[in-house]
Design a protein around this ligand. Structure first.
Ligand code: KG4
Ligand code: ZN
Length: 336
């Protein structure tokens, strides 16, 4: 049988990425051009700057991805692209490139939800079986997703305010750490103790909702009060206490979801799935289901995960026409 090759493009935020997937599961290349250096000095992603960088490098990334995969455009069977959620200008750059490429080569276009990409990055570890539960934790999202079958995503709980990654980046900024701060806070947390008492919102409530804005405010207040009084706070302990509160919330809600839904697999994905503290807590506390976490290189934004999700859509025959538009607020359907 002829090999199948899918080229995927991701540009929803501050990474321009292009990947080539062979036979629905083997990533031959996954080129990631990060713009983080350009956004650091602003303490967050500047949308206009992001779009401009995507324009500069997307074509080069496509060339590199094909070269590294050892194939040419004529070998491809489809082009996949992230069409949301994300920054509209950033999404449009990747989408224009994908459409032009698909049209020029006469290839079908596969629309992929960025969050489905994060989740399906877990396919790199092993082929998934359904139904499964997923905890998606990134800079823009925090959600529990029930996946009854391949390519069907139902949100069963999500954050009411900040996303986990966003909370990490905001408290990181207060501590004077560089953006994005998640990784550094994680490292510092491992050198400190949970001594500051931070709130764990809605932890006793019988729902699957999250809230991190109260935790963020408590952190900022503690920090400001200490500064005004000239008191020294121990950075490592602050990080350890913040991370302990976040992990308590994530673990409690995930366990609740696993009680409510009968599944054998829990996927934990998104940028924050790189967190070592989270990985340790999952290993210690989730015993009855198999936990699958994508490898570190597929946790942050990348096109490899988009290709892994696109393979499922290809099987379903889910193709888009060239008038596909960007959906900055694209969401999975809510469960009835
Ligand atoms: O998924 P992602 O790359 O982009 C979005 O789709 O948002 O996630 C980026 C987020 C950032 O907020 C970053 O601080 C966070 O993931 N992050 C971490 C860690 N590594 C990245 N948060 C906590 N611990 C980490 N080790
Ligand atoms: Zn992401």
């Amino acid at each position: 049988m002829k090999d199948r090759y899918i080229l995927a493009i991701e540009s929803s935020c501050d990474e321009t990425s292009v990947a080539v997937l062979k036979n629905d599961k083997e990533l031959l290349s996954n080129i990631i051009a990060s713009q983080v250096e350009s956004h650091k000095r602003f303490g967050g992603v500047v949308p206009e700057v992001a779009s401009r960088h995507h324009v500069e490098v997307v074509t080069l990334c496509i060339e590199d991805a094909l070269k590294e995969a050892g194939i040419v455009a004529q070998d491809l069977d489809a082009v996949a692209v992230t069409y949301g959620p994300g920054l509209v200008g950033a999404l449009l750059v990747g989408m224009s490139a994908a459409k032009a490429f698909a049209w020029a080569q006469g290839l079908p276009l596969i629309p992929v939800n960025h969050m489905a990409g994060h989740l399906m990055a877990a396919r790199e570890v092993k082929e998934l079986t359904y139904p499964l539960m997923a905890l998606l934790v990134s800079g823009g999202h925090t959600e529990l997703v029930y996946v009854p079958a391949a390519g069907v995503y139902q949100i069963i709980g999500e954050t009411r305010d900040d996303a986990v990654g966003e909370a990490y980046d905001k408290v990181g900024r207060v501590m004077g750490l560089t953006y994005p701060a998640g990784r550094e806070i994680d490292q510092l947390a491992h050198q400190g103790q949970d001594v500051y008492d931070f709130p764990r919102a809605m932890i006793k409530d019988d729902n699957l909702e999250f809230s991190f804005s109260g935790l963020k405010s408590a952190f900022i207040n503690l920090h400001h009060n200490a500064q005004q009084k000239g008191e020294e706070l121990v950075l490592e302990d602050l990080c350890a206490s913040f991370q302990a509160a976040v992990m308590d919330i994530l673990l409690v809600k995930t366990k609740k979801a696993l009680e409510k839904y009968s599944v054998e697999t829990l996927v934990v994905a998104g940028g924050v799935a790189a967190n070592q503290g989270l990985r340790e807590r999952l290993a210690e506390e989730i015993r009855d289901v198999e936990v699958i976490i994508p490898p570190l290189r597929l946790c942050g934004d990348n096109a490899g995960m988009i290709a892994l999700a696109a393979a499922i859509e290809y099987e379903k025959g889910n193709f888009a026409s060239l008038d596909l538009n960007a959906k900055p607020s694209l969401v999975f359907e809510a469960m009835e």
